[in-house]
Ligand binder design. Structure first.
Ligand SMILES: [Zn+2]
Ligand SMILES: [Zn+2]
Length: 359
């Protein structure tokens, strides 16, 4: 670690208030004594300050640990962010990304029950438009002891309770992306699981980067409460099919690249469970691929943030224009903004908080 401190009021200040002390502290390892160097400068003497910092960097460079190369999470080869990142932090190398898109991982055994219940806990946008709660949808194959939660917006733990459910009813949390209105509720699910003494592992299936994002959120909100149950995080890749736990009746979740966050992956999800197909858009700009993927699905849950075009989201106009190509048996709109909530004569049905459907 290299620390640079600029002290505005050193002891040697001549009283003019225009002397600064630049102190460099290089700490090769936490248990070793730091190497320190400091010098006084006139506050405005940028050139000499920059030259001093450069000189110190050069002098101490050998003592600092070499930068750690980031490796692919799947095969452990060093990553090349330029070639493999597409502007995003890659996490996984190009060849593993391609392998994931080519072939699905084997799914768990299919559940014996036919049909799924879908409970809409939160159907609102990021702004709470219309007083609606943020994204969270509980999906359970009929007859299965556990269900999965599609996104976990803030407050979803309380909504679960209001619906007679708790985190103990969740076998997997499937996240579309790392915007707060979609995953901000995860630490509270974890807290709830710890209080109930959860023994089952909680599976989280999410875009790449999930371990860091979830740990950072936990660190912010409950630093003093480390997890006391097993959490299995699966970082899915675009096009990849992930098997769901047997306690959910098996089935699979397929990650479809959404058009939402340029710097990080955002996914739509195609769920196969309980003998049914449920497609969830997450947050996405209008996507023809998603409409194709949802052809013949039992349920398409599609975001509709606004009536007219909005970058990174889908408008009602776009869905209306594509209506003849949307062949899912039932379509429900979520992530609905104020104008969509206030409009009459929409092409598709709006979901509302508390809605339960069985398909
Ligand atoms: Zn959102
Ligand atoms: Zn978002």
């Amino acid at each position: 670690m290299l620390e640079i401190r600029i002290l505005a009021d050193p002891d040697e200040d001549d009283g003019s208030g225009r002397t600064v002390e630049v102190r460099l502290i290089a700490r090769p390892r936490p248990d070793e004594d730091p190497l320190e160097d400091s010098r006084l400068f006139a506050a405005g003497d940028r050139e000499r300050i920059v030259a001093f910092v450069a000189e110190m960097l050069e002098r101490h460079a050998a003592a600092l640990p070499a930068p750690r190369l980031e490796c692919c999470r799947r095969c452990d080869r060093a990553l090349d962010p330029e070639a493999e990142g597409d502007g995003r932090r890659p996490f996984v190398c190009r060849s593993c990304q391609q392998a994931a898109a080519r072939g699905p991982r084997p799914a768990g055994p299919q559940g014996s029950g036919e049909g799924v219940e879908v409970r809409f806990l939160g159907t609102g946008d990021a702004f709470g438009s219309g007083g609606k709660r943020q994204a969270a949808i509980f999906v359970r194959a009929l007859g299965s002891p556990l269900g999965l939660l599609l996104d976990a917006g803030p407050g979803c733990h309380a909504t679960l309770r209001a619906e007679g459910l708790t985190s103990d009813d969740i076998g997997a949390v499937v996240l579309s992306h790392f915007h707060g209105d979609h995953y901000g509720g995860v630490p509270f699910l974890e807290l709830d699981a710890m209080r109930s003494g959860r023994s089952e592992p909680l599976r989280v299936i999410a875009p790449p980067g999930a371990p860091e994002r979830l740990a950072a959120l936990r660190e912010c909100l409950y630093r003093d409460l480390p997890l006391r149950f097993e959490q299995e995080i699966t970082e899915a890749l675009p096009g990849e099919t992930v098997g769901l736990p047997a306690a959910l009746g098996g089935g699979s979740a397929r990650a479809l690249a959404a058009r939402h966050q340029p710097e990080a992956w955002a996914f739509s999800w195609k769920l196969e469970l309980g003998g049914r197909t449920v497609v969830y858009s997450g947050d996405t700009g209008f996507s023809d691929e998603l409409i194709s993927e949802s052809a013949g699905a039992d349920l398409l849950i599609h975001e509709c943030t606004s009536l007219e075009a909005l970058p990174g989201h889908t408008s009602h106009r776009e869905l209306e224009e594509a209506a003849s190509r949307i062949t899912a048996r039932r379509v429900l709109l979520v992530h609905t903004g104020e104008d969509v909530l206030g409009a009459a004569g929409l092409a598709f049905e709006r979901a509302h908080d508390g809605l339960r459907v069985v398909v």
